[in-house]
Ligand binder design. Structure first.
Ligand SMILES: NS(=O)(=O)c1ccc(C(=O)NCc2cccc(O)c2)cc1
Ligand SMILES: [Zn+2]
Length: 263
């Protein structure tokens, strides 16, 4: 789908962490969420996700992460509610992780790092007709962030983990059907933080309503190890590099308020 083909055009080198000049740059992501400084907002509603597993199309390695892409030509897999006024269409989900369990997430909670973070990427289909349009607009995108912790095996994730060896190299793609990403959401999706931010990879566009779940999900050490068996490099390259540490460092808050849906 459009939302992901462009991803490969704008993906960056994983070691890139530099202060790439960004126009304005006062609402960059990720951030450290200082829990006691977040402001409860009683107007925030529960999230409403309605994902159709039949819209799942393929899984591929874009040289930065691995993406599971959804058919976003109709409103079949949607997100609404939460801090959002409009309906948003799921286009892909992907993860960020470390080379060790000690770090890997993009957002942090009171500076606490998690071994990995899931991002479910949606665009505003009430206002725009293409991901490419929405990504350039204020709040054109809504991304749900879910922290991963190492613990018991995640049965729903295993189907995805089993597909990874087939996409070890950059630009490899395999068909992937009937996966409902709702299985990757925590039991409690009512408690979250939300703030206005950006994409965490170039072009770092400041168009994202971030929704970071308070409750994490658990995956096993072995499942995370399979993430780390992926490669940044394509099959042709002589030197193979393990796909690890594909996260951006936390960015300045610049006076933004992080709201919470819970007290
Ligand atoms: N890590 S993240 O969730 O912030 C994230 C989500 C989506 C994308 C993405 O789709 N990039 C491709 C892109 C960006 C801007 C304009 C385009 O046409 C395509 C990048 C980062
Ligand atoms: Zn991401």
């Amino acid at each position: 789908t459009a939302c992901s083909s462009k991803y490969v055009l704008s993906q960056m080198h994983p070691m890139w962490q530099g202060p790439l000049a960004v126009p304005g740059g006062d609402r960059q992501s990720p951030i450290d969420i200082v829990v006691r400084k977040s402001v409860f907002d009683s107007q925030l509603k529960p999230l409403v996700t309605d994902y159709d597993p039949d819209t799942c199309q393929q899984i591929w390695n874009n040289g930065y992460s691995f993406l599971v892409e959804y058919d976003d030509t109709t409103d079949k897999s949607t997100l609404k509610g939460g801090p959002l006024r409009d309906k948003f269409r799921l286009c892909q989900f992907h993860f960020h992780w470390g080379e060790s369990n000690a770090w890997g997430s993009e957002h942090t909670l009171d500076r606490r790092l998690f071994p990995a973070e899931l991002h479910l990427v949606h665009w505003n289909s009430d206002k725009y007709s293409l991901f490419e349009e929405a990504v350039m607009e204020d709040n054109g995108l809504a991304v749900i962030g879910v922290f991963l912790k190492v613990g018991k095996r995640h049965e729903g994730l295993q189907k995805l983990v089993d597909a990874l060896p087939a996409i070890r190299h950059k630009d490899s793609v395999v068909e992937f059907n009937r996966f409902n990403p709702a299985c990757l959401l925590p039991a409690n999706t009512d408690d979250y933080w939300t703030y206005h931010g950006s994409l965490t990879t170039p072009p770092l566009t400041e168009s994202v309503s971030w929704i970071v779940m308070k409750q994490h999900i658990e995956v096993s050490h072995d499942q995370l190890a399979v993430f780390r068996s992926l490669l940044f490099t394509s099959a042709e390259e002589e030197v193979q590099k393990s796909m690890v540490n594909n996260f951006r460092v936390q960015q300045p808050l610049r006076g933004r308020t992080v709201r919470s849906s819970f007290t």
